[in-house]
Structures are given as structure tokens and as C-alpha cells.
Design a protein around this ligand. Structure first.
Ligand code: IPD
Ligand code: CA
Ligand code: CA
Length: 275
């Protein structure tokens, strides 16, 4: 195993342990609001500090992009490495005791995702990927499904609950996708949704307005598991734009065809590569 993956796994497990220690006393945590429907607990912050401590101890020159503490540039020639961290993805679930949340850690090297780790501390499921070496769940190889049509397909999604500018466009997509598929799940952790595509538990996923830390690790997992990830124009702007469509290879095109009629000019604009 790559030493960087090893350290990322250690950091994810350590943050997961910290989160698990407080699940039965969530009501004692200090919770603050970052914006509309956007809450953060002291655990998000502690878990993030723990991850950063472990990563920087091993790689003091690397850069960091973390949800709660922001950007921190790397130093010397190693600044081409950036760790992208979501210490607790699914905070709303966590705060309600709804058992679906995870730690997500991705590593970007010279503009490409190199490592992805997503850890679900309740189920003790560890999803890992290294560029070029495949994707694993608890050290066993995982693959996306062979699903090639809507009939029988199980999709995942996230509702635009913080920023509702694109709600109508989203609901149009939802309506198109719900009619012919076997079902749509909104489990509340984008990182786990993406990991589940990689593991073949979901056939496809889409969401508007994600952030890098929600996606980085999950995208690499899907690519290494044989799946396709694009933005809503079928391009590669997703990490920047936050609009993500991920699926098994043949289902991806069918989902894209179903989503595109609902794109507004402002959604298209977000995905257009800047000139
Ligand atoms: C959120 C979750 C959720 C998604 C939101 C994210 P957080 O992350 O991934 O599934 O719908 O867009 O912000 O805030 O719990 O880390
Ligand atoms: Ca998140
Ligand atoms: Ca988070």
C-alpha cells in the first residue's frame, strides 16, 4: 500500500473513532450555524484538526483544503500535493442520530486525484482508492454495476437544501428520473453516496452544488471502480462547479440525456469550462 494511503487511512480511522465516541451524547455538543440549513458541531472541528495533525506530521510540506478550516498552502516543491478533507460528511444526519455519515479524505497531486479514503465509522466500512490500482471496500476489490437501462436501476441523489436557486431545475430532473427507475435514495452523505456507486450498491447518482471535500475521494473511488463521473454538460468541471453525475458506464449517458433538458442557462454556465 502506498504510504500516503496508509497515513490517510490512519487519519480517517482516528477521526471516525472521535466521532463514534460522542454518538450517544449528541445533545451535549455545541452546534453553530454556518448559514441556512448548514450546521457545524464541535466534533466536525475536532475531527478535522485530528486529520490535519496526522497528515501534516507525516507530510509537513503538503497543502490542505478542509471544510471547516479552509485552505493552507503547502511549502517547497511538495506544494503540488493537496489533501481535501471533509471531517464529517452528513452532519445533519449525525446531529439527528440518523446513522449515515462518514469521514472523507482525498489527495490531489498536480491537478489529479491520487488517493481517496471514505470511512463509515458506524458500519466500519473503509473505502479506499489509489490512482491506477482500483478501488476497495475493507481490502476487497469493488466494481460499479453493469446496469445499462433505467429499468431496475437504483439511483442516489442529494436535495439542494442549502441553496435553493436551482430547486425547480432539480425537481424537473427528479421527476424525469423517478418515473422509469426502481427508486431514488437520499441518504444524506454525498461521500457515502459516491462510495456506494463504486461498490455497486447504487447504479447512478446526481447532485447540484457539492463542494470539493464532499466529492474528491468519492470521485476517485468511482473512476477506479470502472464508473464515469462528469458535470451536467458531460465535461470535467465537476470539482469546480459542484454539479456531479456519476454512474456505471452505460447508465451514465442515459442519465445525462434525462437531466440535460432541465438545465437552466445558469446551471449550464456553472459547468462551462472557463475560457
Ligand atoms: C453535505 C452532505 C449532503 C449533501 C450536501 C453536503 P456536510 O455535507 O454531503 O449529502 O447533500 O450538499 O453539504 O455538510 O454534511 O458535510
Ligand atoms: Ca460534506
Ligand atoms: Ca462536513
Amino acid at each position: 500500500m502506498d504510504p500516503m494511503l496508509n497515513i490517510a487511512v490512519r487519519a480517517a480511522r482516528s477521526a471516525g473513532d472521535l466521532i463514534i465516541r460522542v454518538v450517544d451524547r449528541i445533545d451535549t455538543l455545541t452546534i453553530t450555524s454556518k448559514g441556512r440549513n448548514d450546521f457545524v458541531s464541535e466534533i466536525d472541528q475536532q475531527a478535522e484538526q485530528e486529520i490535519i495533525r496526522i497528515l501534516l506530521k507525516a507530510f509537513p510540506d503538503h497543502g490542505i483544503l478542509a471544510e471547516e478550516s479552509g485552505k493552507r498552502a503547502g511549502s517547497s516543491h511538495h506544494d503540488e500535493y493537496t489533501w481535501i478533507i471533509d471531517p464529517l460528511d452528513g452532519t445533519t444526519n449525525f446531529l439527528h442520530g440518523f446513522p449515515q455519515f462518514a469521514v472523507s479524505i482525498g489527495l490531489m497531486h498536480r491537478g489529479k486525484l491520487a488517493i481517496g479514503v471514505i470511512y463509515d465509522p458506524l458500519k466500519q466500512e473503509l473505502f479506499t482508492a489509489e490512482r491506477g490500482s482500483g478501488a476497495m471496500l475493507n481490502n476487497r476489490r469493488i466494481r460499479v454495476t453493469r446496469q445499462h437501462a433505467f429499468t431496475g436501476a437504483l439511483l442516489g441523489t442529494g436535495f439542494p437544501f442549502k441553496d435553493q436557486r436551482h430547486l425547480d431545475a432539480y425537481l424537473g430532473m427528479f421527476r424525469s428520473l423517478i418515473v422509469d427507475t426502481a427508486g431514488i435514495r437520499r441518504a444524506g452523505s454525498a461521500a457515502l453516496d459516491l462510495a456506494y456507486i463504486a461498490a455497486g450498491r447504487l447504479d447512478g447518482f446526481w447532485e447540484i452544488g457539492l463542494r470539493e471535500w464532499d466529492m474528491a475521494a468519492g470521485i476517485l473511488l468511482i473512476q477506479e471502480a470502472g464508473g464515469i463521473v462528469t458535470d451536467f454538460l458531460g465535461g470535467e468541471s465537476y470539482l469546480r462547479s459542484g454539479n456531479v453525475l456519476a454512474a456505471s458506464p452505460r447508465l451514465h449517458q442515459i442519465m445525462l440525456d434525462a437531466i440535460q433538458p432541465h438545465l437552466t442557462e445558469s446551471l449550464r454556465e456553472i459547468d462551462r469550462p472557463s475560457a
